[in-house]
Ligand binder design. Structure first.
Ligand code: CIR
Length: 252
């Protein structure tokens, strides 16, 4: 497996926090974010993932959240037109990196908008968040690109994968009090309790699952089901609404 990541610019201190809506926005510490990012990359490398690093761009404070810029399906990438206008210039460097990796790319055309954080692959189906960031045209364009069943899911928070991620084709983690578990078919749904809701976002790697540090109930639920769990702390990215999946584009 390969993964594309994007390093942290000094301007990360200005990353979007709840689209600027949150009254209690907390200051982001860039040097700490860089250390956390390095440990995230180390965790990928330790599991045999070949990591491709894209340099940061100071013009784009949110550029480490690279997941939103491309959706990889069956070895091809749809490079997105991000839902937030301030993030649209991030895509060129991501597309260039995917080209260099030999991954065929297509570009999403406006007015379609799509953030990769809204795309959840589970079995052969793509569940796609209809969110503030992803519109109906974006969902339709992804369905044409992917040639797979696509299920739109209404999302009130930032992204679909902020509240639900797949551990495998048969196991999904879902934050309590968010979506109806029956939205997702043909899999076991483990509901993550409200006190650990951020841990519903995990990165499934070959032979291991990355989870947010400090979420023992979720860790135990995964271990009970036979998964090898690796904890990673990304507190500075959480301040900007980031989750573990946001920090990489996985290329299986
Ligand atoms: C944003 O608002 O776009 C960033 N501050 C956070 C993006 C997180 N991305 C993700 O969950 N896929």
């Amino acid at each position: 497996m390969r993964a594309l990541v994007r390093e942290v610019p000094d301007s990360f201190v200005n990353a979007l926090q709840d689209d600027g809506r949150r009254a209690d926005a907390r200051r982001i510490h860039v040097s700490k974010a860089r250390k956390q990012h390095a440990r995230y990359v180390d965790a990928l490398v330790a599991r045999g993932v070949e990591v491709v690093r894209v340099p940061p761009d100071e013009a784009y404070p949110d550029c480490p959240f690279v997941e939103d810029q491309a959706v990889v399906v069956d070895g091809r990438a749809l490079v997105t037109w991000a839902g937030h206008p301030s993030r649209r210039g991030e895509a060129d460097a991501v597309q260039a990196a995917l080209d260099a990796m030999g991954v065929p790319t297509e570009r999403l055309d406006p007015p379609a908008t799509l953030d990769g954080g809204d795309v959840l692959a589970l079995g052969g189906t793509l569940y796609v968040g209809r969110s503030r960031r992803t519109n109906g045209e974006g969902v339709a364009a992804l369905a044409r690109f992917a040639q797979r069943p696509v299920v739109p899911v209404g999302v009130s928070g930032l992204h679909l994968k902020s509240v639900a991620t797949a551990v495998s084709d048969r196991l999904l983690l879902l934050a309590a009090d968010t979506l109806d578990p029956t939205t997702f078919s043909d899999c076991e749904v483990v509901v993550v309790p409200a006190g650990e809701s951020a841990a519903a976002n995990v990165v499934a790697l070959p032979g291991a699952v990355l989870i947010l540090a400090g979420h023992p109930i979720t860790r135990a639920a995964l271990e009970e089901r036979g998964h090898d769990v690796v904890e990673v702390g990304i507190g500075e990215f959480r301040k900007a609404d980031g989750s573990l999946t946001c920090l990489s584009v996985l290329v299986p």
